[in-house]
Ligand binder design. Structure first.
Ligand code: SF4
Ligand code: SF4
Ligand code: SF4
Length: 394
């Protein structure tokens, strides 16, 4: 039995059980239930790190439908990124290293120790690559909010119609409208999955109507939320991997969310809450922001109450409302609906003080620009709302 086989067959840790994963032949550890893991020590650059006793592990990093920010967050981790180079052979990382799809396809199943996949599943190529990496990897980490919850790409689910999205992007935005007007005045040209040229056929992946999170397409072992994950979160993940590879320390239970705590962001936010009643919703630029008072108390919509803690309240500390990028708390399945409820509870309608009538509530809520975009900016793929409904239409 090799070193890594022994690691993957290590002693049971608390809250774990042995299962045979359907995606690879070796036993891996599965949890009784998903866990939030925040108390991992963070690690900086380890100058004396040597090659692991069983030889370098293999790591793949891949982006599907994302913005690139998640990849950059790893590149941006200063000297810590060198730990990865010492510990692992990077078999694929399009942003930083070579490694082609056919190279991965030629590898034995389960021969990549860990794949970090960021981005949502938007098209047929995203899905094929996610499935390929799953097949070739012992562990798959859903890295970043797009992979965990759909992220901003999943806002397109509100339209749920690829043609409508492409038509808008390629004909209605100022730059694309001007391009089409100049070059395709008779009939606008949209991307096609296949195009015949004199030299052969060109193909593009098929874009799906519905954007999915990674775990809606493949089995995922761990989740690392954040848009992108903070350096603190990356350090915790890296430390867990180093301890696992070098010392055989058990990884957290399968399904764990790394770097988040089982409480809401409001609990780690330093601002004090007075639960003032909302009379008017304001944009941050409209308010001379009190540095100590809860932003909701100042009329600024903040999603902290429905968002899991872990980022260190990065935005609220500098006077910007939380937009919910770390995803919902465990108590909240529907992040958007939860914040709607939190906002509703702050309207001044109590039996003792029925000063806020229905008209006023509707007027106040209507002043929120793009409410679905605001409340579901990161979690649309896992929202109960699946798309828009048009009268007489879908
Ligand atoms: S989670 Fe944020 S940073 Fe990462 S790919 Fe998605 S949009 Fe970009
Ligand atoms: S609502 Fe926002 S500003 Fe207020 S305590 Fe919660 S996270 Fe902080
Ligand atoms: S405060 Fe909210 S939006 Fe900002 S980084 Fe943290 S979870 Fe993300």
């Amino acid at each position: 039995m090799g070193f890594f086989s022994r690691l993957f067959g290590r002693k049971k840790a608390k809250n774990e059980e042995k299962v045979k994963c359907s995606c690879h032949s070796e036993e891996v550890t599965a949890p009784e239930k998903a866990t939030y893991v925040a108390d991992l020590p963070a690690v900086g650059y380890v100058p004396n790190l040597q090659t692991p006793p069983g030889g370098k592990i293999k790591i793949a990093l891949y982006w599907v439908a994302g913005c690139g920010g998640c990849d950059v967050s790893i590149l941006d981790s200063d000297e810590k990124v060198l730990n990865i180079g010492t510990m692992a052979d990077i078999v694929m990382w399009p942003i930083a290293a070579d490694g082609k799809e056919h190279d991965i396809a030629a590898m034995e199943d389960g021969s990549i120790t860990v794949s970090l996949i960021n981005g949502a599943i938007r098209n047929s190529e995203n899905e094929a690559m996610a499935k390929l990496l799953r097949q070739k990897s012992k562990l798959v980490i859903s890295y970043g909010t797009c992979a965990c919850f759909g992220g901003t790409p999943a806002l397109a689910n509100l339209v749920n119609n690829t043609h409508e999205v492409l038509d808008y992007v390629y004909t209605k935005t100022p730059s694309s409208a001007s391009f089409q007007n100049e070059y395709h005045r008779d009939k606008a040209v949209l991307p096609q999955t296949s195009y015949k040229t004199p030299d052969g056929e060109l193909t593009l992946p098929m874009i799906y109507d519905t954007v999915k999170s990674l775990d809606q397409v493949i089995d995922v072992d761990y989740y690392v939320p954040g848009c992108p994950p903070t350096q603190e979160t990356i350090s915790k993940l890296l430390n867990a991997l180093i301890a696992f590879v070098y010392e055989g320390v058990a990884l957290p239970p399968k399904g764990s969310y790394i770097g988040v705590e089982d409480k809401s962001l409001c609990e780690e936010c330093p601002r004090h809450k007075e639960n003032r009643r909302i009379e008017k919703i304001r944009e941050p630029y409209e308010v001379n922001i009190d540095p100590d008072l809860c932003l909701m108390d100042q009329g600024i919509l903040c999603l902290g109450a429905a968002t899991v803690s872990g980022c260190g309240a990065k935005c609220t500390r500098v006077g910007q409302p939380c937009r919910g990028c770390y995803g919902p708390t465990r108590q909240v399945q529907e992040q958007g609906a939860s914040i709607f409820t939190a906002v509703a509870s702050l309207f001044p309608v109590t039996e003792e003080d029925p000063t806020c009538g229905e008209d006023k509530i509707i007027k106040t809520m209507s002043s929120i620009k793009d409410p679905l975009g605001y409340f579901y900016a990161f979690s649309m793929a896992k929202a109960l709302i699946k798309g828009k409904v048009t009268e007489g239409g879908r």
